[in-house]
Design a protein around this ligand. Structure first.
Ligand code: 13P
Length: 241
């Protein structure tokens, strides 16, 4: 099981102290086969990687530029630069970035560039509320997956995160039946071995009890609740109890 913390525009050097609790928890629970990944803002990738050096918690970034080389892109960083400061993963295709204009084609270029740089990709897909109401969920997921992963033959570096846009930050999660259908639809898109498929959107220590029973889910991408170490640990604990 994956537990990935997405620290969306959150955290400073002081916040990193809260990680000690998580490190301690991890040390005490070595038997459990879960994987922890923190995706902080770029400003914290280096200090966080240093802090987590002797643990098996890994670090990822939240987005990257599609260009492999340096260039005139003020404010951007590419995957190579992220890898250089300690990132092993990068979240790509997050709906918050899609809403700012990233389309499937651009996301495909970003994924290819990240693979080239040696990063693993947490590739986000998910429908909006309007698309769900119009019963377009599968159509949207198919489009995002087909276009986003176009001409990428080796999918071993890809983890998919199913994040329905309407469940992000709203406290609302999909009905179990709907979630099962979407996760199995995503997995059915892969003829060979399916990548791991995570769920993301308002995951917390209460709804994890329901979510953990959906056997096809390979883990969770957690926003708000991951900012508080106690809440994050609670989610993990409740997954296994
Ligand atoms: P929340 O857990 O805050 O709903 O965010 C989910 C998300 O977008 C993670 O990438």
């Amino acid at each position: 099981m994956y537990f990935i913390a997405n620290w969306k525009m959150f955290g400073d050097l002081k916040t990193l102290n809260s990680l000690d609790k998580v490190i301690k928890f991890l040390k005490a629970n070595k038997k459990n086969k879960f994987k922890l990944i923190y995706c902080p803002p770029n400003t914290l990738i280096r200090p966080l990687s240093k802090r987590l050096k002797n643990t098996n918690i890994e670090v990822g970034a939240q987005n990257s530029h599609e260009n492999e080389n340096s260039g005139p892109y003020t404010g951007h960083v590419n995957s190579k630069m992220l890898k250089n400061v300690g990132a092993k993963y990068v979240i790509l295709g997050h709906s918050e970035n899609r809403q700012e204009g990233e389309n499937d084609k651009l996301i495909n270029l970003k994924i290819k560039s990240a693979i080239k740089a040696g990063l693993k990709i947490i590739f986000c897909v998910g429908e909006t509320l309007k698309e769900k109401r119009n019963r377009k969920t599968n159509q949207v997921l198919a489009r995002q997956i087909n276009n986003g992963l176009k001409l990428i033959n080796n999918k071993s570096k890809i983890i998919i995160a199913y994040e329905p846009v309407w469940s992000i930050g709203t406290g609302v999660i999909p009905k179990s039946e709907d979630l099962k259908k979407s996760i199995s639809f995503i997995k059915s898109k892969f003829r060979k071995k399916s990548p791991k498929v995570l769920y993301g959107g308002s995951v917390n220590a209460n709804n994890i009890i329901e979510l953990k029973n959906i056997s096809m889910i390979d883990g969770f991408l957690i926003g708000g609740a991951s900012q508080d170490s106690k809440k994050f640990i609670d989610i993990i604990k409740k997954t296994y109890n």
